[in-house]
Structure formats: C-alpha cells, structure tokens
Design a protein around this ligand. Structure first.
Ligand code: MN3
Length: 200
C-alpha cells in the first residue's frame, strides 16, 4: 500500500512571481517525489507497508534503526502538507475563528506574521517553520531537517519549507524575502482554517 504523491491543486507556474515554475518543477517533481520513492522502497515488504504514513512517522521518530524511514516518510508528509499551505489566491488575512485565535494568542496578526517570519528566517540550516495548535494554544515552532510537529503532539496548521531547495533558484540566499513573499501572497488561509476547525 504505497504512499502516493498527492497532485498539486494548482499549475506549476501558478505561484509566480513569488515561486517560479522551475522551483516547483524541481521541488515537487524531484525532491518530494524522491522522498516518496525512497519511503515506499524502505517500507515495502515490512509491516509498516500496511500502516498510514502518519503512524509510521510517529513510530519511527525516535528509533535509531529506522532513521531513513523516518526522514523520508516525514519529508513526504511535510511536503504534501506544504503544497496545501500555498495558493495562487493566498496571502492577505485570515478570517473567522482562526483570525480571532491568532489575535488572542499572538496579540495581533502583525505580531503573528513577525514571529512566523522570524522563525523561518532563523531556523539554522534546513528545516521548517510552523503554526501549530499546542494544547489549545497557537504557537510558532521550527523543526530541523525532516522533523515534524506530528511527533510532539502538536497539530500543524500551516508550514513554510525553509530548505534551500524551496527558494534558492528564485531568491538565492535571501530567505527572508522568500518568507515574506510566501506569507503575504501565498499562504492559504482557507486550508489553515480547515486544519484549525478540525483540531478543536
Ligand atoms: Mn522541500
């Protein structure tokens, strides 16, 4: 029961000029696809082949014998989630209960934006910046490499991939510019609102 790469909900060039078709082509078509191929090859013929990807990630998270399965499985999941966080119609402001909760837990949308941008910019090396629901409170967290909030009991609401392959073709070393462009123009607040309402 192999994990299948979900189709993108938009064309490869739909996120331009903020993320180029070339970046999506490599990031989705090569990097993400490779994590999934590696994951499926590693679990094939094992009991994990019959488990959901989420369960395999949680089971292998702290097992030194299963680092490759965890890394490829978590990167498969993280990227599938990331693509859903982006939309050609994204950016702007959240609305409804999620907007109210952001104001309550961060003080204001601007403070939330600043904290998310700061986390994405300061994650040292490869990793991810996340908005998560943690014991009923919205928080910004960062994770290194393939690490994911799924293994910390936190519920992902949004993420930003800050591996260099996510932005280097378009922004070179300017990760803050990629992060700002993504937050202001691409974040899919409808997807985030759905994650938030499902988690409550
Ligand atoms: Mn990536």
């Amino acid at each position: 029961m192999a994990y299948t790469q979900p189709a993108l909900a938009y064309a490869e060039n739909a996120l331009e000029p903020h993320i180029s078709a070339k970046t999506i082509s490599f990031h989705y078509g090569k990097h993400h696809a490779a994590y999934i191929t590696n994951y499926n090859n590693l679990v094939a013929g094992t009991p994990m082949d019959d488990m959901t990807l989420e369960d395999v990630i949680k089971e292998t998270a702290n097992d030194p014998q299963k680092v490759a399965i965890f890394n490829n499985g978590a990167q498969a999941w993280n990227h599938s989630f990331y693509w859903n966080c982006l939309s050609p119609d994204g950016g702007g402001l959240p609305s409804g209960p999620l907007a109210d909760k952001i104001s309550a837990d961060f003080g204001s949308f601007d403070k939330f934006r600043e904290e998310l941008k700061n986390a994405a910019t300061t994650q040292f090396g490869s990793g991810w910046a996340w908005l998560v629901l943690d014991n009923g409170t919205l928080r910004i967290v960062k994770t290194g490499n393939a690490q994911t909030p799924l293994t910390s009991g936190q519920i992902p609401i949004l993420t930003i991939d800050v591996w260099e392959h996510a932005y280097y073709l378009d922004y070179q070393n300017r990760r803050p510019d990629y992060t700002a462009a993504l937050i202001d123009n691409l974040l899919d607040w409808e997807f985030a609102a759905g994650n938030f309402s499902a988690a409550r």
